[in-house]
Design a protein around this ligand. Structure first.
Ligand SMILES: N#Cc1c(N)n[nH]c1-c1ccc2c(Cl)cn(Cc3cccnc3)c2c1
Length: 238
């Protein structure tokens, strides 16, 4: 899969993608990320990308021309791509939408703005307007990275451990179970005995109970379409 990112801060994207799962996927050639600086698509010597808002109001608005020029530059190769605008007004990004993007798109353009937002006319050239959540960020770049990271994790072979992609929280409809590793006793804080028992059936049941308990406490909204067995365990917890 290929990601093309439009931004005035390419360093934000370039720094993050070198590390972790994304870095490995890039090295394996499973993923390609190209970052474009919108200032390279301006037509004035000051590389201006913003201006005062029509109708007044605080702050500056990003002008349409750099976005238009960059999008036309990308489209020149006539290859199909999904154009996604990051915006506080966008539809909510979820694991389900990440799965859809991974399955349906060979290439995605992630359009990142700053300031108070971008000229509304840019939306005439995009396929989706997406927000990663109900909180206020300073621009679209972090949101773009969230989308790239979550979509790449779903690409077969990207993680090197198929199970963890399948087991990721939210795919199952409830949160993950607690994780422990060495030391067994840290200042008197001990690892639960069951995890040292080697009894895989008991461990699996303990993990399921803990996951359902955590989900009931922190994210009851995720508890849908539980299997009869999970429902039985949940009822025991109530
Ligand atoms: N995705 C997402 C997302 C999110 N979940 N919060 N904030 C954003 C986001 C995305 C794009 C931009 C652009 Cl362009 C400018 N800003 C700053 C801003 C802040 C408050 C009101 N208006 C604009 C952006 C914030």
């Amino acid at each position: 899969m290929k990601f093309e990112v439009l931004t005035i801060f390419p360093e934000i994207i370039e720094c993050y993608i070198k590390h972790g799962v994304l870095g490995k996927a890039l090295n394996k050639g499973i993923v390609e990320v190209k970052v474009y600086n919108l200032r390279d698509f301006t037509s004035d010597k000051h590389k201006k990308v913003d201006d005062y808002p029509y109708g007044g109001g605080a702050g500056m608005v990003m002008q349409i021309e750099p976005f238009y020029n960059a999008i036309m530059h990308l489209k020149a190769d006539e290859k199909p791509r999904k154009l996604v605008l990051l915006s506080p007004q966008g539809r909510k990004f979820t694991q389900k939408l990440a799965q859809k993007f991974m399955e349906e798109s060979k290439a995605m353009v992630l359009i990142c703005g700053r300031y108070e937002g971008i000229d509304e006319r840019v939306k005439a050239f995009v396929d989706e307007e997406v927000s990663i959540g109900d909180y206020v960020l300073s621009g679209g770049e972090l949101a773009a990275l969230v989308i790239i990271d979550s979509v790449v994790r779903l690409i077969p072979g990207a993680l090197g451990d198929e199970l963890s992609a399948v087991e990721d929280s939210f795919m199952k409809g409830f949160l993950d179970y607690p994780h422990y590793t060495r030391p067994e006793d840290f200042k008197g804080m001990k690892v639960p005995e069951v995890l040292l028992s080697g009894d895989h059936k008991k461990i699996a049941l303990w993990r399921k109970r803990q996951a359902l308990k955590n989900t009931l406490k922190n994210r009851p909204d995720l508890l849908k379409n539980l299997s009869p067995e999970d429902m039985r365990i949940l009822k025991e917890l109530c």
